[in-house]
Design a protein around this ligand. Structure first.
Ligand code: ATP
Length: 258
Protein backbone atom coordinates (compact mmCIF):
# COMPACT_ATOMS: atom_id res chain seq x y z
CA UNK A 1 0.00 0.00 0.00
CA UNK A 2 1.32 3.47 -0.79
CA UNK A 3 0.92 6.36 1.59
CA UNK A 4 -1.52 8.20 -0.66
CA UNK A 5 -4.00 10.31 1.28
CA UNK A 6 -6.70 9.00 -1.01
CA UNK A 7 -8.28 5.59 -0.63
CA UNK A 8 -9.95 5.73 -4.04
CA UNK A 9 -9.18 7.95 -7.02
CA UNK A 10 -10.89 8.00 -10.37
CA UNK A 11 -9.02 9.89 -13.08
CA UNK A 12 -10.81 10.79 -16.30
CA UNK A 13 -12.52 7.41 -16.21
CA UNK A 14 -14.45 6.38 -19.31
CA UNK A 15 -16.49 3.34 -20.19
CA UNK A 16 -18.33 2.62 -23.42
CA UNK A 17 -20.72 -0.21 -24.14
CA UNK A 18 -20.58 -0.63 -27.89
CA UNK A 19 -20.62 2.89 -29.30
CA UNK A 20 -22.37 4.38 -26.32
CA UNK A 21 -20.18 6.13 -23.78
CA UNK A 22 -21.76 5.60 -20.37
CA UNK A 23 -19.00 6.91 -18.11
CA UNK A 24 -17.73 10.15 -19.64
CA UNK A 25 -14.62 11.29 -17.86
CA UNK A 26 -15.45 10.72 -14.20
CA UNK A 27 -13.08 12.20 -11.63
CA UNK A 28 -13.24 11.57 -7.89
CA UNK A 29 -10.79 11.51 -4.99
CA UNK A 30 -12.03 9.91 -1.78
CA UNK A 31 -9.87 10.38 1.30
CA UNK A 32 -9.11 7.41 3.51
CA UNK A 33 -11.75 7.11 6.24
CA UNK A 34 -14.46 9.08 4.44
CA UNK A 35 -18.00 7.77 4.03
CA UNK A 36 -19.31 8.59 0.58
CA UNK A 37 -22.75 8.20 -0.96
CA UNK A 38 -22.94 8.09 -4.74
CA UNK A 39 -26.26 9.45 -5.95
CA UNK A 40 -27.72 10.32 -9.32
CA UNK A 41 -30.71 9.79 -11.58
CA UNK A 42 -31.59 6.34 -12.92
CA UNK A 43 -29.18 5.25 -15.63
CA UNK A 44 -26.58 7.91 -14.68
CA UNK A 45 -23.86 5.28 -14.38
CA UNK A 46 -23.59 4.66 -10.62
CA UNK A 47 -23.56 0.86 -10.82
CA UNK A 48 -21.18 1.01 -13.76
CA UNK A 49 -18.79 3.14 -11.66
CA UNK A 50 -18.94 0.56 -8.86
CA UNK A 51 -18.29 -2.20 -11.38
CA UNK A 52 -15.26 -0.29 -12.68
CA UNK A 53 -13.89 0.27 -9.17
CA UNK A 54 -14.37 -3.35 -8.06
CA UNK A 55 -12.94 -4.82 -11.27
CA UNK A 56 -16.11 -6.38 -12.59
CA UNK A 57 -15.74 -4.11 -15.61
CA UNK A 58 -12.59 -2.64 -17.09
CA UNK A 59 -12.55 0.99 -18.21
CA UNK A 60 -12.25 2.01 -21.83
CA UNK A 61 -9.72 4.60 -20.64
CA UNK A 62 -8.72 6.44 -17.50
CA UNK A 63 -7.45 5.23 -14.14
CA UNK A 64 -8.74 3.75 -10.90
CA UNK A 65 -6.36 3.95 -7.93
CA UNK A 66 -6.64 2.19 -4.59
CA UNK A 67 -4.42 3.80 -1.95
CA UNK A 68 -2.41 5.36 -4.76
CA UNK A 69 -1.94 2.12 -6.70
CA UNK A 70 -3.56 1.54 -10.07
CA UNK A 71 -6.08 -1.28 -10.00
CA UNK A 72 -7.95 -0.76 -13.27
CA UNK A 73 -7.54 -3.87 -15.38
CA UNK A 74 -7.12 -6.20 -12.39
CA UNK A 75 -9.68 -8.96 -11.76
CA UNK A 76 -12.08 -8.53 -8.80
CA UNK A 77 -10.36 -11.09 -6.54
CA UNK A 78 -7.00 -9.32 -6.84
CA UNK A 79 -8.60 -5.98 -6.04
CA UNK A 80 -10.25 -7.68 -3.07
CA UNK A 81 -6.88 -8.93 -1.90
CA UNK A 82 -5.53 -5.41 -2.09
CA UNK A 83 -8.11 -4.35 0.49
CA UNK A 84 -11.32 -3.46 -1.32
CA UNK A 85 -14.46 -5.45 -0.57
CA UNK A 86 -17.81 -5.09 -2.27
CA UNK A 87 -21.11 -6.49 -1.13
CA UNK A 88 -22.89 -8.51 -3.73
CA UNK A 89 -26.12 -8.44 -1.78
CA UNK A 90 -27.64 -11.76 -0.80
CA UNK A 91 -25.67 -13.62 -3.44
CA UNK A 92 -22.47 -13.79 -1.38
CA UNK A 93 -24.24 -15.66 1.41
CA UNK A 94 -24.32 -19.44 1.43
CA UNK A 95 -27.98 -20.24 2.26
CA UNK A 96 -27.33 -23.73 3.65
CA UNK A 97 -24.56 -22.63 5.98
CA UNK A 98 -25.17 -21.17 9.42
CA UNK A 99 -24.55 -17.53 10.23
CA UNK A 100 -21.32 -18.46 12.01
CA UNK A 101 -20.13 -20.62 9.10
CA UNK A 102 -20.87 -17.88 6.57
CA UNK A 103 -18.84 -15.34 8.53
CA UNK A 104 -16.05 -17.85 9.08
CA UNK A 105 -15.83 -18.46 5.33
CA UNK A 106 -15.25 -14.74 4.85
CA UNK A 107 -12.53 -14.74 7.49
CA UNK A 108 -10.85 -17.90 6.15
CA UNK A 109 -10.81 -16.52 2.63
CA UNK A 110 -8.65 -13.65 3.83
CA UNK A 111 -6.40 -15.94 5.90
CA UNK A 112 -6.08 -18.40 3.05
CA UNK A 113 -4.19 -16.05 0.83
CA UNK A 114 -2.08 -14.41 3.46
CA UNK A 115 -0.61 -17.56 4.91
CA UNK A 116 0.94 -20.80 3.78
CA UNK A 117 -1.09 -23.93 4.52
CA UNK A 118 0.71 -24.80 7.77
CA UNK A 119 0.50 -21.28 9.06
CA UNK A 120 -3.09 -21.29 7.90
CA UNK A 121 -3.85 -24.28 10.15
CA UNK A 122 -2.23 -22.57 13.08
CA UNK A 123 -4.43 -19.58 12.39
CA UNK A 124 -7.75 -21.40 12.64
CA UNK A 125 -8.16 -20.38 16.29
CA UNK A 126 -7.61 -16.79 15.25
CA UNK A 127 -10.27 -17.25 12.58
CA UNK A 128 -12.78 -18.50 15.14
CA UNK A 129 -12.05 -15.56 17.42
CA UNK A 130 -12.38 -13.09 14.57
CA UNK A 131 -15.67 -14.72 13.58
CA UNK A 132 -17.02 -14.31 17.12
CA UNK A 133 -16.15 -10.61 17.00
CA UNK A 134 -17.92 -10.23 13.65
CA UNK A 135 -21.02 -12.00 14.98
CA UNK A 136 -21.27 -9.43 17.76
CA UNK A 137 -20.49 -6.52 15.45
CA UNK A 138 -23.39 -7.30 13.12
CA UNK A 139 -25.73 -8.14 16.02
CA UNK A 140 -26.34 -11.76 15.05
CA UNK A 141 -24.99 -13.56 18.16
CA UNK A 142 -28.39 -15.05 18.88
CA UNK A 143 -28.68 -16.33 15.30
CA UNK A 144 -25.23 -17.90 15.33
CA UNK A 145 -26.36 -21.45 14.40
CA UNK A 146 -29.33 -20.53 12.22
CA UNK A 147 -29.02 -21.35 8.52
CA UNK A 148 -28.71 -18.17 6.46
CA UNK A 149 -31.74 -19.17 4.42
CA UNK A 150 -33.89 -19.00 7.57
CA UNK A 151 -32.92 -15.46 8.55
CA UNK A 152 -35.22 -12.50 8.03
CA UNK A 153 -34.42 -10.23 5.10
CA UNK A 154 -32.85 -7.57 7.35
CA UNK A 155 -30.76 -10.22 9.14
CA UNK A 156 -29.52 -11.51 5.79
CA UNK A 157 -28.45 -8.00 4.88
CA UNK A 158 -26.61 -7.73 8.22
CA UNK A 159 -24.90 -11.05 7.50
CA UNK A 160 -23.97 -9.78 4.08
CA UNK A 161 -22.26 -6.75 5.66
CA UNK A 162 -20.45 -9.11 8.03
CA UNK A 163 -19.17 -11.23 5.15
CA UNK A 164 -18.14 -8.07 3.28
CA UNK A 165 -16.01 -6.78 6.17
CA UNK A 166 -14.80 -10.24 7.30
CA UNK A 167 -11.53 -10.06 5.39
CA UNK A 168 -10.56 -6.78 7.05
CA UNK A 169 -10.73 -4.70 3.85
CA UNK A 170 -10.05 -1.01 4.34
CA UNK A 171 -12.36 0.11 1.52
CA UNK A 172 -15.97 -1.12 1.50
CA UNK A 173 -18.44 -0.72 -1.37
CA UNK A 174 -22.12 -1.24 -0.60
CA UNK A 175 -24.84 -1.15 -3.23
CA UNK A 176 -28.10 0.16 -1.77
CA UNK A 177 -27.51 -1.47 1.62
CA UNK A 178 -30.97 -0.69 3.02
CA UNK A 179 -33.06 -1.45 -0.07
CA UNK A 180 -36.26 -3.27 0.84
CA UNK A 181 -36.04 -2.50 4.57
CA UNK A 182 -38.67 -0.88 6.76
CA UNK A 183 -38.00 2.57 8.24
CA UNK A 184 -37.11 1.13 11.64
CA UNK A 185 -34.83 -1.49 10.12
CA UNK A 186 -33.19 1.21 7.98
CA UNK A 187 -32.41 3.43 10.98
CA UNK A 188 -30.95 0.48 12.85
CA UNK A 189 -28.97 -0.58 9.81
CA UNK A 190 -27.45 2.86 9.18
CA UNK A 191 -26.08 2.73 12.72
CA UNK A 192 -24.77 -0.78 12.17
CA UNK A 193 -22.98 0.26 8.96
CA UNK A 194 -21.48 3.27 10.72
CA UNK A 195 -20.19 1.12 13.57
CA UNK A 196 -18.63 -1.60 11.44
CA UNK A 197 -16.95 0.86 9.09
CA UNK A 198 -15.27 3.03 11.70
CA UNK A 199 -11.80 3.83 10.37
CA UNK A 200 -12.62 2.41 6.94
CA UNK A 201 -13.49 4.12 3.69
CA UNK A 202 -17.09 3.52 2.66
CA UNK A 203 -18.71 4.06 -0.72
CA UNK A 204 -22.41 3.39 -1.11
CA UNK A 205 -24.72 3.73 -4.07
CA UNK A 206 -27.96 4.94 -2.61
CA UNK A 207 -31.37 6.14 -3.73
CA UNK A 208 -32.89 6.72 -0.30
CA UNK A 209 -32.07 10.30 0.66
CA UNK A 210 -32.70 9.55 4.33
CA UNK A 211 -29.91 6.99 4.19
CA UNK A 212 -27.66 9.32 2.19
CA UNK A 213 -27.95 12.16 4.67
CA UNK A 214 -27.78 9.81 7.67
CA UNK A 215 -24.67 8.01 6.53
CA UNK A 216 -22.48 10.10 4.26
CA UNK A 217 -19.72 12.57 5.11
CA UNK A 218 -19.71 13.55 1.46
CA UNK A 219 -21.93 12.99 -1.54
CA UNK A 220 -20.79 12.34 -5.10
CA UNK A 221 -23.47 13.28 -7.62
CA UNK A 222 -23.25 11.34 -10.87
CA UNK A 223 -25.17 12.69 -13.83
CA UNK A 224 -24.78 11.41 -17.35
CA UNK A 225 -21.56 9.53 -16.58
CA UNK A 226 -19.77 12.39 -14.84
CA UNK A 227 -19.29 13.37 -11.21
CA UNK A 228 -20.89 16.82 -11.31
CA UNK A 229 -20.53 17.54 -7.59
CA UNK A 230 -18.58 16.06 -4.70
CA UNK A 231 -19.06 17.80 -1.40
CA UNK A 232 -20.65 17.73 2.04
CA UNK A 233 -24.40 16.99 2.17
CA UNK A 234 -25.13 20.65 3.00
CA UNK A 235 -23.07 21.96 0.08
CA UNK A 236 -24.56 19.42 -2.32
CA UNK A 237 -28.10 20.44 -1.33
CA UNK A 238 -27.24 24.05 -2.08
CA UNK A 239 -25.48 23.28 -5.38
CA UNK A 240 -27.34 24.82 -8.30
CA UNK A 241 -26.20 22.20 -10.82
CA UNK A 242 -27.41 19.43 -8.56
CA UNK A 243 -30.73 21.14 -8.00
CA UNK A 244 -31.13 21.48 -11.73
CA UNK A 245 -30.38 17.77 -12.28
CA UNK A 246 -32.72 16.83 -9.46
CA UNK A 247 -35.51 19.38 -9.85
CA UNK A 248 -38.55 18.09 -8.01
CA UNK A 249 -36.68 14.97 -6.94
CA UNK A 250 -35.69 13.59 -3.55
CA UNK A 251 -32.66 15.90 -3.16
CA UNK A 252 -34.90 18.93 -3.49
CA UNK A 253 -37.43 17.40 -1.10
CA UNK A 254 -34.72 16.41 1.35
CA UNK A 255 -33.68 20.06 1.74
CA UNK A 256 -36.31 20.69 4.32
CA UNK A 257 -36.24 17.20 5.80
CA UNK A 258 -33.30 15.05 6.82
N1 ATP B 1 -23.20 -4.27 -19.64
C1 ATP B 1 -23.86 -3.28 -20.21
N2 ATP B 1 -24.06 -3.25 -21.55
C2 ATP B 1 -24.70 -2.23 -22.14
N3 ATP B 1 -25.20 -1.16 -21.46
C3 ATP B 1 -25.05 -1.13 -20.14
C4 ATP B 1 -24.37 -2.19 -19.44
N4 ATP B 1 -24.38 -1.87 -18.13
C5 ATP B 1 -25.02 -0.69 -18.02
N5 ATP B 1 -25.41 -0.25 -19.22
C6 ATP B 1 -26.13 1.01 -19.48
O1 ATP B 1 -25.39 2.03 -18.85
C7 ATP B 1 -26.27 3.03 -18.34
C8 ATP B 1 -25.94 3.29 -16.90
O2 ATP B 1 -26.34 2.14 -16.15
P1 ATP B 1 -26.07 2.01 -14.59
O3 ATP B 1 -26.71 0.74 -14.14
O4 ATP B 1 -24.62 2.19 -14.31
O5 ATP B 1 -26.86 3.27 -14.03
P2 ATP B 1 -27.27 3.59 -12.54
O6 ATP B 1 -26.94 5.03 -12.31
O7 ATP B 1 -26.68 2.61 -11.60
O8 ATP B 1 -28.85 3.41 -12.64
P3 ATP B 1 -29.91 2.95 -11.53
O9 ATP B 1 -29.98 4.07 -10.55
O10 ATP B 1 -31.18 2.86 -12.35
O11 ATP B 1 -29.46 1.65 -10.97
C9 ATP B 1 -27.69 2.54 -18.59
O12 ATP B 1 -28.18 3.18 -19.74
C10 ATP B 1 -27.50 1.06 -18.85
O13 ATP B 1 -28.48 0.58 -19.73
Amino acid sequence: MSNSEYAIELKDLRKSFGRTEIIRGANLAVRAGERIAVIGPNGAGKSTLFNLISGRLHPTSGEVLLHGERIDGLPPYEINRKGLSRSFQITNIFPKLSVFENLRCGVLWSLGYRYTFLRFLSRLDDANERTEVLLRQVGLERKRDVLAVNLTYAEQRALEIGVTIAGGASVILLDEPTAGMSKTETTHFINLIKEVTVGKTLLTVEHDMGVVFGLADKIAVVVYGEVIAFDTPEAVRANARVQEAYLGSPVAEAQGGH
